[in-house]
Ligand binder design. Structure first.
Ligand code: AMP
Ligand code: ZN
Length: 459
């Protein structure tokens, strides 16, 4: 049986043939560590965890290398550090923010049943590799220095007329259209509107490193170069699978391909490019900027991580998911049943009926249907659920936890209501609505009156 995966670059499902079956290599873009991750951010983590587990099943645990980076240099991190630790020197404050957020991220995704990747490189530990790629790009005529920045020129890439892929091929855009559609307020140091930053000068107090390409001023990397450098260091110039959310196709992944292929004069960076669809709330992408988000941490206060995981996998990874309470409740019931039937049963090998749909571009909804069909074969159900990252607990642990969870944390609810009241009085209605939705997600209904806000358990 072969594994078939949808490849964003060729826009078709392709049979997966590893470059080296003894060393199957996958890179997935990881979090920028400045704040709690929301449940939309959990989608790529869970989806590629399922793929990691499937690859380990097919090729052997020791033969799969999964790299997921941590972006720990970014404007959002600097802003958060200055806001949260105003008394500290910026660099120390940044360390605090990235350490705390990184730990929280691990706690969250561990609870979702995700294995740790083989390597979790940090951007700040790979500045040397970034500088080296940048030097190569300048030497090759693909990048230039201007006002202490280094810029990559997609037009130079497409003029090179060699083995290189075409800039725009991954995201299916034409460079001419990008040029025509460029905004008018292009940064003055750019020769062309489509040029993007590889390296930029640091402002006073910001993290900074010695610059490449003979620039005297200290600087810091752009975002795209980080992933090219970390993937190169840990997986080589050319590897099997590169993944991330669909919003990363352009510009992030297009630019990663450009940097890596031009630096190493190669035809491709990854053999297969995979992208998960969005997790949505009422038809809109869940995102920090829209304010319609709920963090993994908040959801875990109410639901076991495996319920969130199952709820995510009920939809095939390329389709949008509408995240609803009703679906979460159904997922919880399903897992209660599976725990009762299979958690304490010694597993056999996962069932073929579950593996087969997974081999077809990770068709997890079909695999879940097959799991329902295994109710009469507890050992195979147990083995199949474990392959998918479920049944980390015993049936008794699961049951005990549920009973604990049904006791409502009144202090936490009162605290959230007080936060909402404060948000309302400063007319921050986005925040107050967010907290109301969060309470609703916890099963708490609130009622405002002249006397104040009262609450009750709605479910
Ligand atoms: P960010 O922190 O925005 O860079 O996102 C981290 C990862 O989460 C990236 O792979 C994004 O594509 C992914 N992501 C962000 N929002 C969503 C969402 N609503 N649904 C699915 N994936 C998302
Ligand atoms: Zn990346």
């Amino acid at each position: 049986m072969e594994l078939r995966l949808y490849d964003t670059l060729s826009r078709e499902k392709r049979t997966f043939v590893p470059l080296d079956a003894n060393n199957v290599r996958m890179y997935v873009c990881g979090p920028t560590v400045y704040d709690f991750a929301h449940i939309g951010n959990a989608r790529p983590v869970i989806v590629f965890d399922v793929l990691f587990r499937l690859l380990r099943h097919l090729y052997g645990e020791a033969h799969v290398k999964y790299v997921r980076n941590i972006t720990d240099v970014d404007d959002k991190i600097n802003d958060r550090a200055a806001r949260d630790f105003p008394g500290l020197p910026l660099n120390e404050a940044i360390r605090k923010v990235t350490e705390q957020t990184g730990e929280q991220f691990h706690a969250d995704v561990d609870a979702l049943g995700c294995l740790r990747p083989t390597v979790e490189p940090r951007a700040t530990e790979h500045i040397g590799e970034m500088r080296e790629i940048i030097e190569r790009l300048v030497a090759g005529g693909f990048a230039y220095v201007a006002e202490d920045h280094v810029l990559f020129s997609p037009q130079a890439m497409n003029a090179a007329n060699s083995v290189l892929p075409r800039y725009g091929a991954l995201s299916n855009r034409s460079l001419d259209e990008m040029i025509a559609g460029a905004r008018v307020d292009v940064a003055p140091y750019k020769k062309d509107s489509t040029d993007f930053v590889l390296w930029k000068p640091s402002k006073p107090g910001e993290p900074s490193w010695p610059s490449p390409a003979g620039i005297a001023a200290q600087g810091r990397p752009g975002w795209h170069i980080e992933c090219s450098a970390m993937a190169w260091k840990h997986l080589g110039e050319h590897f099997d699978i590169h993944g991330g959310g669909i919003d990363l196709v352009f510009p992030h992944h297009e630019n990663e391909v450009a940097q890596t292929c031009c630096a190493f004069h190669s035809e491709r960076m990854a053999n297969i490019w995979m992208h998960n669809g969005f997790l949505q709330v009422e038809g809109e992408k869940m995102s920090k900027s829209l304010g319609n988000f709920i963090t993994i941490h908040e959801l875990l206060a109410d639901w076991p991580g495996e319920v969130l995981r199952l709820n995510m996998l009920k939809t095939q990874y390329r389709s949008p998911i509408d995240w609803t309470m009703k679906s979460l409740e159904e997922s919880a019931k399903t897992l209660d049943d599976w725990y009762r039937v299979a958690a304490d049963v010694a597993p056999t090998a996962p069932a073929a009926s579950v593996i087969e749909p997974l081999l077809d571009d990770l068709n997890t909804p079909q695999a879940i249907t097959a799991l329902h069909g295994l109710r009469g074969d507890a050992a195979a159900l147990s083995g199949s659920l474990r392959l998918l990252g479920f049944l980390a607990e015993s049936a008794a642990q699961w049951e005990g936890r549920k009973q604990q969870a049904s006791g409502v944390d009144a202090t936490e609810i009162e605290r959230l209501i007080a936060e909402r009241t404060a948000a309302r009085s400063r007319k921050d209605f986005r925040e107050s609505d967010r907290i109301r939705d969060l309470l609703a997600a916890m099963g708490v209904a609130i009622k405002d009156s002249k006397e104040g806000t009262t609450w009750e358990i709605a479910r």
